[in-house]
Design a protein around this ligand. Structure first.
Ligand code: PLP
Length: 444
């Protein structure tokens, strides 16, 4: 046992000692092909020389300066770069240390915006089931896993959870994808009215549902209709792109593919590519203006806001993505990965759905394809696949097990953008072997 407080207190994971490119190596000399970038973090793979050089240069020059005294050139350059490539109308960037902090900051920004413009009665959030927004109390409150919230429920801010956009299971046979999207937007409309339209702060959603949803890609028109409903009631739209943003789906923001502009968007994970802990909130001008003309400050803060070394890493990651044409690569190779997965697993009796965009794919596993019946949670199919895949030298990100609306088990793939076609073939081969072995054992 180690003295590091792991999430699972009764087991100790292997000790990682080094990493390079697509691989991580452990203390026992085993090598793992990284098909999930950790949890969709390592967008440039491991040990990228340009990012490491940028961090070294920053540490030599200015390792840290507290934001109550200073901003830094590097933080300003990163913010300029993020605004240059941001969804329309974003004017400022709030730089934090990770995804939960970004979501927490966005929730507080949204609330303070309404206080500043004289609508302090707005106290309620609306979000979706099967979402994950982080583990701090605000982020947990809007997160869509009831079991995760349960121990903390009495101390969470008020939030209502609606259905996610999950066509594989929830689109009706008599409706088109577009009609399904409009139905969900109408449910949001009804929920806002039921809550009292002038008491809702924001609708919070992952643009593409990630870890706890098995990559839920929205149907066409869903987010446009959601945006219209929010506008009708003066409710803000917060898109959480902590996992799906920063190029993961083949565009820098997944919202670009929905042709929708949020009021606040959160990013993290791929922003720093795992080289440093960093996250950010991008805010529309009207939100920043309300604060600057009102109280004059955002009632929030953390010691490591805009940490110069984290900003240097994130800036280098951004530069490499654009210089090396990685968004185009992710779009083209993402289509190839989707095709490989469909060839290998499309006819598998225990694969119900294969869905994704870019380098962000989910494979939903079922005990029976025709009825879409999930495996019994007690079989722990997702956890067993994780273990089996690691034994084969593959890192993938399984989740699920039929807990409060998570219909069954799925595996998430989010490889580094540098993955070659051969890497993608190898990922598909190893994952297929693992799914074969584990589902066969679970089916007897
Ligand atoms: N939001 C989304 C969509 C996430 O996927 C995650 C992490 O998985 C978070 C927020 C929380 O980020 P962090 O773990 O960096 O606090």
């Amino acid at each position: 046992m180690t003295r590091v407080f792991h999430r699972h207190l009764r087991s100790t994971p292997p000790v990682a000692v080094s990493a390079a490119g697509m691989r991580i190596y452990d203390a026992a000399g085993r090598s793992y092909l990284d098909a999930s970038g950790g949890a969709a973090v390592s967008s440039l793979g491991h040990g990228h020389p340009d990012v490491i050089a940028a961090m070294h240069a920053q540490i030599d020059r200015l390792p840290y300066a507290h934001t109550s005294f200073f901003t830094s050139e590097t933080a300003e350059r990163l913010a300029d770069e993020l605004i240059r490539t941001a969804p329309e109308g974003m004017s400022h960037v709030y730089l934090v240390s990770g995804g939960s902090e970004a979501v927490e900051s966005a929730l507080k920004m949204a609330r303070q915006y309404f206080v500043e413009i004289g609508q302090p009665q707005r106290t309620h959030f609306i979000a979706r089931r099967q979402s994950y927004h982080g583990n701090t109390l605000g982020a947990l409150a809007v997160g869509g896993n009831e079991w995760r919230r349960a121990p903390f429920a009495p101390i969470l801010v008020a939030a209502t959870h609606l259905a996610p956009c999950y066509p594989y299971r929830e689109q009706r046979a008599d409706e088109t994808p577009e009609q399904y999207g409009l139905r969900l937007a109408a449910e949001l409309d009804a929920a806002i009215v039921a809550q009292g339209a002038d008491s809702v702060i924001a609708f919070v959603a992952e643009t593409v549902g990630g870890a706890t949803a098995g990559v839920l890609t929205p149907v066409p028109g869903y987010f446009k209709a959601v945006r219209e409903v929010c506008d009708k009631h003066g409710v803000l739209l917060i898109l959480d792109e902590v996992m799906c943003g920063m190029g993961r789906t083949g565009t820098l923001y997944a919202s670009e593919q929905e042709d929708v502009v949020p009021d606040l968007v959160t990013i993290a994970k791929g922003l720093g590519g795992g080289y440093q802990p960093i996250g950010a909130v991008l805010a529309q001008r009207k939100i920043v203006d309300a604060m600057s003309k009102g109280s004059g400050f955002f009632q929030h803060g953390h010691t490591y806001l805009g940490h110069p070394v984290a900003c240097a890493a994130a800036l280098a990651v951004q530069n490499v993505i654009h210089r090396d044409g990685l968004l185009e690569k992710v779009r083209a190779d993402g289509r190839a990965l989707g095709a490989m997965l469909r060839v290998a697993l499309g006819g598998h009796p225990n694969v119900g759905d294969i869905r994704g965009r870019g380098f962000f794919w989910g494979i939903e596993l079922v005990a029976d394809r025709a009825s879409k019946r999930p495996f019994a949670p007690a079989l722990k199919v997702n956890a067993t696949i994780k273990k089996d895949a690691m034994a084969r030298g593959l890192l993938c990100y399984p989740f699920g097990g039929t807990v409060d609306g998570v219909h069954g088990d799925h595996v998430l793939l989010a490889p580094p953008f540098i993955a070659s076609r051969e890497d993608l073939q190898e990922i598909t081969r190893l994952l297929t072997a693992s799914i074969d072995a584990v589902t066969q054992a679970a089916s007897v």
